[in-house]
Design a protein around this ligand. Structure first.
Ligand code: HEC
Ligand code: HEC
Ligand code: HEC
Ligand code: HEC
Ligand code: HEC
Length: 373
């Protein structure tokens, strides 16, 4: 009997240790980290199933019942397994669902397990009855009455690779890929979380004066998206050379919904006398960067069902030269090389609702102009 009681006690303590972590929602951080909170609110990470109708439509096409997307898009869900298995649905009244890639989730990633389909974020277990411990990289961080702070060197190395590394569908087809397995997330932080003015916390007792930006600027920011690629051009006789250099530590195309392409025109006066494509940018195959998916030799839009895929990409740090035969140039002729992005490829229209069709409108990323002397 004594042993039984001891055993029972042991079981109970294991169960309570393994209990769900007490969740601190995004809004609760605002009290002390107001500036970081405001930055975060403008970022893609604050988006969730409920704020992004394009996401909802693709999720429904991918699977009518299951919401496997939750592991990256709703990682804090208190019923993650049920969502993934289709036994529960996203719930707009549940904070762990509406918070998207939440502050608390990111700051409790203990390590990342490599896995074929996609990597798995393993969260630190929080001891029952104690304040949660949040990881970061501050030197001698202070605690607060709401949480303990712990500087964890593993943290920054792993912070991005749980979700951003890769995704493979059930048919072994790569849906996206942006990091190599040995790549350090510090790479990503340098560009996407630059140090900006303002303490890490409202009172800034340690007079730090700066913090890592939580805007996570990316493809949606006009000025930022011009910085990822260099475009150089040269004209010799009847030949135009365009050199593209990807300065980023990830491929030009990560997200399967996107298309990025070059539009090259030569203007004489008010007339366009040459263009690299007639109707569709995809006619210039070398300068059209996008995934395309197929199943049963039939084109499919949603990658979840694909059994074949093709992609023209510009890998991390890769340089590519494109050569075009053009007409001989005259003085004053203007050569324009413009890189555009469609946040959703044309074929996504098939699965989108009307209000999202605007996502297929090309947005300018960068333009270089040469005038013949
Ligand atoms: C392994 C993690 C992971 C899984 C699983 C995942 N995604 Fe994503 N998703 C991401 C990441 C990371 C991004 C941002 C990448 C980028 O923008 O290049 C993203 C971006 C997107 C975007 C573009 C968002 C925009 O605003 O344009 C859509 C749409 C999307 N995902 C839909 C889905 C759907 C639907 C599912 C489930 C069928 C899913 N994702 C599953 C990680 C994941
Ligand atoms: C009651 C005030 C308060 C609240 C609420 C609060 N924090 Fe903090 N936090 C602090 C203080 C103070 C520091 C220490 C700042 C310093 O050392 O400069 C800190 C530090 C941090 C650090 C740095 C840890 C390190 O080791 O580098 C992270 C990450 C963090 N907080 C995340 C959060 C998140 C996420 C939330 C919401 C879930 C939150 N905090 C809510 C007061 C608070
Ligand atoms: C828990 C999963 C997860 C983690 C961890 C994560 N991300 Fe993301 N990230 C996403 C998802 C999902 C999206 C797309 C959200 C959407 O648009 O709906 C995204 C989008 C982005 C974008 C695109 C922004 C844009 O507007 O183009 C950038 C940049 C980004 N993340 C950087 C990072 C960096 C840097 C890290 C590491 C410090 C990181 N992420 C960690 C899930 C994650
Ligand atoms: C040299 C700076 C730089 C580095 C390093 C870098 N990025 Fe980027 N990233 C950018 C720029 C600029 C863009 C926007 C232009 C583009 O997408 O072509 C971008 C775009 C993105 C996007 C959005 C793509 C889309 O189409 O939605 C994601 C997600 C992203 N980066 C994640 C990462 C991750 C993860 C890492 C670390 C492996 C990383 N970035 C490293 C500069 C960088
Ligand atoms: C996508 C993951 C991610 C999300 C979401 C996120 N953070 Fe962070 N945060 C980081 C990383 C990574 C660092 C460390 C940056 C570095 O080492 O330069 C950091 C740093 C911090 C710091 C320390 C300041 C500094 O300069 O290092 C605080 C405080 C903090 N975050 C609070 C928050 C709060 C509050 C939210 C939500 C409003 C939030 N974070 C959301 C990844 C995230």
């Amino acid at each position: 009997m004594k042993y039984f009681i001891f055993f029972l006690f042991l079981m109970l303590s294991i169960i309570s240790w393994a209990q769900e972590t007490k969740y601190m929602d995004n809004y609760s951080c605002k009290e002390c980290h107001e500036q970081i909170y405001d930055e975060y609110q403008t970022s893609a990470h604050s988006q969730s199933f409920f704020s992004n109708t394009f996401h909802q439509d693709i999720a429904k096409e991918a699977h009518a019942q299951k919401y496997e997307c939750a592991v990256c898009h709703m990682p804090m869900a208190n019923n993650l397994q049920e969502l993934v298995e289709g036994k529960a649905k996203p719930d707009i009244n549940n904070k762990t669902h509406t918070d998207g890639v939440s502050c608390f989730f990111c700051h409790t990633i203990a390590y990342v397990k490599k896995s074929h389909k996609y990597n798995i974020n393993v969260q630190a277990r929080q001891a029952e009855g104690y304040k949660p411990t949040l990881y970061g990289t501050l030197m001698n961080p202070d605690d607060s009455d709401k949480h303990s702070s712990a500087t964890n060197p593993v943290y920054t190395a792993n912070a991005c690779k749980g979700c951003h590394s890769h995704k493979v569908n059930d048919n072994n087809i790569t849906v996206f890929r942006s990091m190599e397995s040995a790549q350090n997330s510090k790479d990503c932080i340098i560009c996407h979380m630059p140090e900006i003015q303002g303490g890490a916390e409202k009172i800034d007792k340690r007079s730090r004066g700066h913090h890592a930006s939580h805007k996570f600027l990316g493809i949606h920011d006009e000025a930022f998206r011009a910085t990822g690629l260099d475009i150089n051009l040269s004209v010799e006789n009847e030949q135009l050379s365009v050199t593209l250099t990807n300065k980023m530590t990830h491929p030009l195309i990560i997200q399967a919904a996107r298309a990025k392409f070059l539009q090259i025109t030569i203007e004489r006066g008010n007339e366009i006398i040459w263009k690299n494509y007639q109707k569709k940018p995809s006619e210039d195959k070398e300068a059209y960067f996008a995934y395309s998916f197929a199943a049963d030799n039939r084109h499919v839009v949603v990658p979840a069902t694909a059994t074949q895929s093709a992609v023209n990409n510009l890998e991390a740090k890769e340089t590519k030269q494109l050569v075009y035969k053009i007409l001989p140039l005259q003085k004053g002729d203007k050569v324009k090389v413009a890189l555009y992005v469609q946040l959703a490829r044309d074929d996504c229209k098939k699965v989108m609702r009307d209000e999202d069709i605007k996502l297929t409108q090309p947005l300018l990323m960068k333009e270089v102009v040469y005038i013949q002397k």
